[in-house]
Design a protein around this ligand. Structure first.
Ligand code: FAD
Length: 453
């Protein structure tokens, strides 16, 4: 075999697998194949000047390259089993938390020392939420911030590059079963290995589906989360964000009894556009460095859609809605909450008169032409519910960007070692459908490395 272990994908899952393998057994010959670029060469061409919107690069620098989708993220490592994935269903709750805490320690020793760990334990906000039909989920959150997250990744790369071989700009095409292991084909080259860890994240979801078909690995998919990103003056949410940084709050709508939840909260952050497989959706991040902070806080409000038989393509459903917003707005659409509830589109004039300055240049439009009624009604209901714990949330000038879609990779059939039906072939991170977050993806990488060693 050319290598003992080949890791496909250098996102958090792949990086932490490589880290743990090289620590536990420095003799192992490990190769990491990554379709994107090295960290310092990752650059999104949108400069807000010559290039204002996503130009659909063949390989998106936001989603791909060393650090994966998390490289320019806010670096919020949530240590919890309440959200971020279902790793605990495979490895047990205490093991999952232990691994997330281990990842946290590694992040701290690679540049993250001095960053804050927030916790929901003992907060009065929980009671206030309950009194207003809202539920605050339990978690500890390490907030690295976009800038420190980048430094941690740089330091991890510096440490790993002499122990593990990296090949960037190398998209894996095929995985074939050979005697005693696997043959990996990428760009016409062939590499053989005894064990293979697949960690291709969300950007590798379509590829992953094909690989599972080729290798007869069972999958299932029935969920997508659809919603908007809310942006408002940071002071409106400061009592929540100062104490908890990120609060995951869930609301059950009165009309349809659907669950709407807050997701990815970015105090004093910026709203950003994101390109997944050519579809532009919205996301957000914030910086630890106060010089880069804004006056606004943003967070997503998402409604989960679970489909039953015979419909199977939940991601296709989410993509169609995102495509509709791309068709109407050329990318992301922004609307004032006041315009939405009055049933009118936001236009440039109304946006200019708004008290809230948008942090993302998006096309003013009408989200009611894009989002299904049931989803939109749920979002509006939740905004009024949040207004009771954070007065001002339902102000006319609160901005809603659409659409935010959280695609879930189809869930791959794995055993308690995160191993497929083929011995020595492991699927981890968001690409497995088991995790949906930095901490869970990283923890799954450590877990599999330990199984292998
Ligand atoms: C803007 C943004 C902000 C986010 N903020 C947070 C946050 O604050 N907290 C949080 O918990 N989560 C956040 N997330 C989600 C988080 O980034 C992911 O959950 C996490 O990165 C998943 O890690 P992963 O290793 O499984 O996959 P990824 O990070 O997606 O990495 C997969 C890697 O595999 C590579 N790849 C794909 N296919 C192939 C192939 N065929 N051959 C070779 N390489 C391939 C990709 O290029 C990519 O680099 C955010 C995501 C985005 C986009």
């Amino acid at each position: 075999m050319d290598y003992d272990v080949i890791i496909i994908g250098a996102g958090p899952g792949g990086i932490f697998s490589a880290y743990e393998l090289s620590h536990l057994n420095p003799e192992l010959r490990v190769l990491v194949l990554e379709k994107g670029r090295p960290l310092e060469k990752r650059k999104c061409p949108i400069d807000g000047d010559k290039i204002k919107n996503c130009i659909n690069c063949p390989i998106c620098s936001i989603m791909s390259g060393f650090g994966g989708a998390g490289a320019f993220s806010d670096g919020k490592y949530n240590i919890t089993n309440d959200f971020g994935g279902t790793l605990f269903e495979y490895i047990g709750k205490s093991k999952a938390i232990e691994l997330m805490e281990y990842v946290d320690k590694i992040n701290l020793s690679h540049g993250g020392e001095g960053t804050k760990l927030y916790s929901t334990a003992g907060t009065d906000i929980k009671k206030k939420c309950m009194q207003n039909k809202l539920k605050l989920l339990d978690a500890s959150v390490r907030h690295l911030g976009t800038d420190i997250n980048y430094v941690v990744l740089q330091n991890l790369y510096e440490e790993l590059k002499d122990k593990v071989e990296f090949k960037f700009g190398t998209a894996v095409d095929k995985i074939e079963i050979i005697d005693g292991g696997y043959e990996i084909t990428a760009g016409g080259e062939h590499y053989s290995c005894g064990k293979c860890i697949v960690s291709v994240g969300r950007s590798g979801s379509k590829w992953m589906e094909n690989i599972c078909k080729d290798l007869g690995i069972e999958t299932k998919s029935n969920r997508v989360d659809i919603g908007v990103r809310v942006e408002l003056p940071a002071v409106i949410f400061s009592h929540l964000t100062d104490e908890l940084y990120e609060s995951k709050i869930v609301y059950r709508t009165e009309k349809f009894e659907d669950y709407v939840r807050t997701f990815c909260m970015n105090p004093k952050g910026s709203v950003v556009a994101e390109n997944t497989n050519g579809i532009v959706t919205v996301n957000g991040h914030s910086y630890e460095d106060s010089a880069k902070q804004t006056e606004n806080t943003n967070f997503a409000l998402l409604v989960s859609k679970h489909f039953s038989e015979p419909f199977k393509d939940s991601n296709g459903y989410g993509e169609s809605i995102a495509r509709l917003s791309n068709m109407l707005g050329g990318g992301v659409i922004v609307q004032r909450f006041g315009d939405l509830v009055r049933g009118r589109r936001s236009n440039r004039k109304r946006m200019e008169e708004s008290f809230v300055m948008p942090t993302l240049k998006a096309e003013p439009g009408d989200l009611s032409l894009v989002l299904p009624k049931r989803i939109l009604d749920g979002i509006i209901e939740m905004i009024y519910a949040l207004d009771r714990i954070a007065p001002g949330t339902a102000n006319d000038d609160t901005l809603l960007y659409g659409v935010e879609v959280k695609f879930y990779n189809m869930e791959v059939k794995l055993d308690e070692n995160l191993e497929t039906r083929h011995k020595g072939l492991y699927i981890i991170g968001d690409g497995s459908g088991v995790t949906h977050s930095l901490s869970h993806a990283s923890a799954s990488g450590v877990y599999v490395a330990r199984q292998i060693v």
